[in-house]
Design a protein around this ligand. Structure first.
Ligand code: DLL
Length: 435
């Protein structure tokens, strides 16, 4: 049978799981209502009180919560525990505006790490393993989450963080890393670098990779499995819920099991808010079940997805989510970083450019590329080629500061970017991720 961190929960009969969910839901709703004025107002406005929530079947009565609510309530407006009981803050990968900041008590960190431990054990991890964590450490949840999970499993944890690829490879070789955790695009880059360095996948010990935080295809899975000589598994999560580990893939490599004892998933029609039946495609919504500091009820993730409950070869009974198929808002995820077109527009306007621009996102090999085309006015365009190149450099640097990633800037002649009479299509995402 499989390798589990908490076999009783992971393989529990559906009725047992529903009972746990119902019991926890009532407590979570009561906790949010009693301790968070923001929730109290939202629920009062909708005419629903904690007493109306008697079981899972009443979940739909609760109002939805959105990222806009999180921004409005920033930083403490959704906090359900005194700060003195909180031990950690993490934040989303966007770098501007009001970031989403989430708080954890020691208990919250513990359940998050349990979720990540389940993910590591689901790919065969044990205390004999050497787990190289190359997700970023810091405010981003990737590093901290997998790090904590690896500790819980008892594996030897290499807290590498991202970047410095040759050093990653050196450690991988010298310390015999067996499991690697990073974004799929970084995994692909490590694979390319290995090849350039003349190192064969047979010369390293990796057996499994836990890749997530951005969308990736089955083609990419095959590529990375070959270039790194491992089995590649998906992991999903979002800062608001805890970070990575909301859902994880098992040996069946066919969708991610959601940790339903901690998060209730729903699929809704993003336009009407109507709850859709299992198997339907729509927006994923989560309700936390055991959060102390930052309980979130019916939080709209904006990820478009499908849920299916099926008998899984791994023995787990937890419902599965398919790879997210895109987002219902305009956030782009480029090299694992959340980028909003509005941030790009802000920089352009600040630097004295027109808002006539086109953002092109593509993939070269397995790496995301970001090209930004910006129209110059006739006056700006009369500069020398050298001066224009200089401006492209300056603008790229300003973008890097705003976005955290480096775009390629193209300053183009006046009127060369198509105008639109309806909604402007400013973003062209050429990555063939969802076919
Ligand atoms: O990306 C947490 C994470 C870290 C997940 C490490 C997995 C591994 P955020 O920065 O808040 O949190 O971004 C959350 O990223 O709503 C999805 O749109 C996207 N996303 C996360 N995992 C996947 C995945 C982390 N496996 C947003 N496939 C989510 C596709 C993913 N998209």
């Amino acid at each position: 049978m499989g390798n589990y961190y908490q076999q009783d929960i992971e393989t529990m009969a559906p009725e047992g799981l529903r009972a746990i969910q119902s019991e926890r839901l009532l407590k979570q709703v009561r906790h949010a209502y009693d301790n968070v004025a923001y929730y109290r107002e939202m629920m009062d406005k909708k005419g629903v009180s904690p007493d109306d929530i008697k079981s899972l079947d009443d979940l739909h009565k609760l109002p939805f919560l959105t990222k806009a609510d999180l921004r409005e309530a920033y930083p403490y407006g959704l906090l359900a525990k005194p700060l003195s009981e909180c031990v950690r803050i993490q934040s989303t990968s966007g770098t501007t505006g009001k970031r989403v900041v989430v708080f954890y008590t020691a208990h919250d960190v513990d359940i998050w790490e349990q979720c990540c431990a389940r993910a590591i054990m689901a790919v065969g991890g044990t205390k004999e393993d050497v787990v190289q964590v190359c997700y970023g450490y810091g405010l981003f949840t990737g590093g901290a989450g997998l790090h904590g999970g690896s500790h819980k499993v008892g594996s030897l944890t290499l807290p590498m963080s991202s970047g410095n690829t040759e050093r990653q490879i050196q450690f991988m070789q010298d310390l015999g890393s067996t499991i690697i955790c990073c974004t799929p695009s970084y995994a692909a880059y490590i694979g390319e670098t290995l090849k350039e360095m003349g190192i064969s996948p047979d010369d390293i010990q990796l057996k499994a990779g836990i890749f997530g935080a951005e969308p990736w295809t089955e083609e990419m899975r095959r590529d990375v499995e070959k270039s790194l000589g491992l089995k590649a598994y998906d992991i999903y999560g979002l800062t608001e819920m805890c970070g990575p580990g909301v859902a994880f893939e098992c040996e069946a490599q066919g969708g991610m099991h959601i940790n339903e004892d901690y998060f209730i998933p729903e699929i809704i029609d993003p336009d009407t808010g109507e709850v859709l039946p299992e198997g339907a495609k729509g927006e994923l919504v989560f309700t936390t079940l055991d959060k102390e500091a930052f309980p979130l009820l019916r939080y709209r993730t904006r990820d478009i997805c499908v849920l299916h409950r099926e008998k899984c070869a791994c023995g787990r009974t937890l419902i599965k989510m398919a790879k997210p198929m895109g987002r219902s808002d305009d956030m782009l995820i480029i090299r694992g970083v959340n980028v909003f077109p509005s941030q790009i527009e802000t920089v352009l306007l600040e630097q004295g450019y027109t808002p006539n621009y086109r953002i092109e996102v593509d993939r070269a090999g397995n790496n995301d590329t970001l090209d930004i085309y910006v129209e110059l006015t006739s006056e700006q365009f009369s500069d020398t080629v050298r001066a224009i190149e200089q401006k492209e450099k300056q603008l790229a640097a300003a973008m890097k500061t705003m976005l955290g990633i480096n775009p390629k800037m193209h300053l183009v002649p006046p009127k060369s970017i198509a105008r639109s009479e309806g909604k402007a299509v400013r973003v062209v995402d050429k990555r063939k991720l969802h076919d």
